[in-house]
Design a protein around this ligand. Sequence first.
Ligand SMILES: [Zn+2]
Length: 293
Amino acid sequence: MNYPDYVKDKKDEIIFKFLSNVADHYDKNTFWRKSQHALYKRKFANIPDSFLIKSLLDYLTHQMTGHTKFVPTVANVSEYVQGQTGFMKHWLSVPLDKEYCRHCRTDEIGKSGGWRTIFFYGMRGDTKRMGELIVSAKCDCELGEKLTGAGYETVMMQLLNSDPNAEVAVDRYDQQLGRKIQARHLTNYHWDQILARGYVRYGIAEAGEDTDRLYPIWESPFWITPEGEVAAGLYGWTIPEHIAQQIPHQNLTAQHKHGMLRRIRKDIQNDGYTGSVPQHISGNIARDMGDFF
Ligand SMILES: [Zn+2]
């Protein structure tokens, strides 16, 4: 096939062939073809070639019947392509060769995301009292930067300016753990709260324990409650037999059990307990902020 000079790559060829068919069908000239080409290129640049070929062939076969009077617009064709099985919404917004970074992506393949969550604990400007605050701000990765709004570093600085003694942290992906760590879990405030509940403690070096890990305090009355039993299971700890015997089981209805399980799961998810406290929190936040500048 002989292509005009504006057909430069595979995508151009696919679009050119399609438009040639449409032009023949509706008796359109080469000027129309060229002007349409630019529109189609912009619209379909991000759609994988194989999917585009299949969809456009489908269109020519099923939509371009003899009795259709109106020349399809790029919007008509695009709508048809988007309606095809297997169409991915992110093709409309995220370039094929780009993805959101590990820290901000909200799906497996990095085609959605862009926002970071910031946790603040300090003197709140609105209430003039100590309190928590959770805000979102855009990520500093290439795709995140394209979103509108303030960057997370700027927002963190503003929060720290509002109360220099506040704890401020941003969520991030931990390579070692292989998962995202919530911003809250990167503050001393959060872990102090967990410790204050009195049923866990840090390891003791003298006892040969890992000082970065949390250990159960079996003496806590928490462990002889049904909630404690469920929590131990979720934390991955086995309650010693003499304590387990004291847990009342008899008068829980199935519904109560279910509700309780759900509540505790949620609590533990919120705690984000992973068996070890991120190293990060042992430093002070001001130093951690230093990474950003
Ligand atoms: Zn990012």
